[in-house]
Design a protein around this ligand. Structure first.
Ligand code: ADP
Length: 513
């Protein structure tokens, strides 16, 4: 117990642990597998580095990005920790030197890519090392349910087969739903892991969702030339267009996407990091492993494909703890483009993930609460007072009766159809699909003909986001009842919708207590 504090002080110069660190480190030192889910910047690396320093032998760290590995190893070496990495950028000879050091027990940490573990020769060398811990960074990449699946992660558990005694296995990630968490445990074969799941709340981030008439105008209206901001676009082409337009308007801007030459990408990244060009326009290729604490705004120019990616990217704002904003622009076109993309891929997970994203864009409820609920974190408050839906500039309308009509229609359609068909039935549309299945004979047919498609779908989204309906089904999302549905049907609970009175986001700077 004392040793870990001494190590913390001696190598890192810190006096106290961040939430979760001490418990995770102790679990590892007691030989247990662990799962650490902590926000970016929460201090995950230290949780495996301290055991690596304390324990005899070498810790193997599996990390997905060469740049990330190099940064970590450089930082550790500066602190006087014996760390090294091997990757394809090193010559065969250089790799051998490092492997030999690990075998001779001269290294505390050895960073490798997941691909390396598919290499027979490397595994043969690992067999000769005294491995005290295997740590997996960005461990959500092993799950097909997550947003960043990498097939190379699936070979990771094989490392345990070559080791004579099984060391603890530690998996870390910044973002994961409960489904992804369980899947990480299953895929990596973690053995009854100690788990630390941190709160996902980021109190200093002001969340807003905006549907601007013209995105480019709105963007230049809210950007500040002196503030560091990241603008995420969905395609390289959009990055180029937004970049050119901002550049023309005199904003200090740079750009990053996979179509730009690697040398230029590094130059652009550095310009951003050192505030020479404080505004970065990028695809989602930019950001993993970027540690810039003073980003004041993360603006999504297009709606992302899922909530996990969104929250991870948005979370790059305000890492210094000072007030910052996460602003999401969306348009009807974004929904169409994303739906088409997902349909081409035919993954039911992806479809569900996208629906959660659409719900987030349309909900009238507290945005922070919606996000936390998505990550299965319940909160006591109804309103955070620090997101665009909790601002005062809204009107609230009771929609309990409308929701009851929708629910009885879902019930009469035997909970077997999606929001589109339910809406058509409620509005009393005369489509051949409806006639085929005789839904025009239902008592709920046409009972909401006074409402628009958008109104009804907004109400369905709210019920989904508040858990009065769920998106079930195997092939495509189907509206189904939950254990909470009866309360709403019987009027035991009420639902209301909030609409922003003005389109412009209200930009507030909140005092942080
Ligand atoms: P993550 O991997 O979770 O994104 P890092 O491990 O890179 O986060 O840590 C983020 C920053 O927080 C680093 O600069 C690290 O030195 C610092 N940090 C980690 N643990 C502590 C602590 N207990 N006290 C103070 N700073 C810490």
């Amino acid at each position: 117990m004392d040793t870990i504090f001494k190590t913390l002080k001696h190598y890192y110069g810190y006096d106290t642990f961040r939430p979760g660190q001490e418990a995770l480190i102790n679990a590892i030192l007691n030989g247990r597998d662990v799962l650490g889910v902590m926000p970016t910047g929460g201090g995950k690396s230290l949780c495996y580095q301290i055991p690596a320093i304390i324990l005899d032998g070498v810790t193997i760290v599996i990390s997905p990005l060469i740049s990330l590995m190099k940064d970590q190893v450089d930082a550790l070496q500066t602190m006087g920790v014996k760390a090294a990495y091997i990757n394809s950028q090193l010559s065969y000879f250089e790799q051998q030197v490092i492997i030999d050091e690990a075998i001779r027990n001269e290294l505390d940490l050895l960073y490798v890519s997941p691909e390396r573990l598919g290499n027979e020769q490397f595994l043969y060398s690992v067999r000769r090392m005294n491995v005290n811990l295997v740590a997996v960074d960005e461990a959500h990449c092993v799950s097909q349910w997550g947003h960043d699946f990498r097939p190379s992660y699936q070979v990771i558990p094989q490392i345990m087969d070559v080791l004579s005694s099984r060391p603890p296995f530690a998996a870390f990630t910044a973002t994961a739903t409960t489904i992804v968490q369980q899947d990480m445990i299953d895929q990596l074969n973690l053995n009854q892991p100690f788990q630390h799941i941190a709160s996902f709340d980021r109190p200093n981030l002001y969340f807003s969702v905006v549907k601007p008439d013209k995105k480019s105008n709105e963007l230049s209206r809210i950007l500040d030339k002196k503030e560091s901001s990241i603008i995420y676009c969905n395609t390289r082409k959009n990055v180029d267009t937004v970049y050119k337009s901002l550049n023309k308007k005199g904003f200090p801007v740079t750009r990053y996407h996979a179509g730009i030459e690697p040398e230029e990408r590094i130059i652009n990244q550095d310009k951003f990091l050192y505030d020479e060009k404080p505004i970065m326009v990028a695809t989602n290729a930019f950001g993993m492993g970027i540690d810039k604490s003073n980003v004041r705004k993360v603006i999504h120019y297009n709606m992302p494909l899922d909530m996990e990616s969104y929250y991870q990217e948005a979370g790059r704002a305000g890492r210094d703890g000072a007030p910052a904003e996460a602003i999401l622009f969306y348009s009807a076109q974004d929904i169409i483009t994303n739906t088409m993309l997902i349909e081409q891929g035919k993954s039911p997970h992806a479809k569900k993930n996208l629906n959660s994203m659409i719900t987030y864009c349309k909900t009238g409820n507290c945005l922070r609460k919606s996000i936390l609920k998505y990550f299965n974190q319940e909160v006591e408050w109804q309103e955070c007072e620090y997101c665009s839906n909790c601002d005062e500039e809204t009107i609230t309308t009771d929609i309990t009766v409308e929701c009851q009509k929708i629910l009885s229609c879902v019930y009469r359609m035997k909970q077997m159809y999606g929001a589109g068909l339910v809406t058509d039935v409620l509005r009393g549309k005369k489509t051949s699909r409806i006639q085929q299945v005789n839904f025009d004979e239902l008592s709920t047919y046409g009972i909401m003909s006074d409402y628009t498609d958008g109104d009804i779908k907004d109400m369905i989204s709210i019920m989904v986001s508040d858990n009065y309906l769920r998106l079930g089904g195997d092939q495509y999302p189907v509206l189904q009842f939950t254990e909470k549905t009866a309360d709403l049907l019987k009027g035991k609970t009420k639902l209301s919708i909030r609409k922003q009175l003005k389109q412009e986001p209200v930009h507030k700077t909140k005092k942080i207590e």
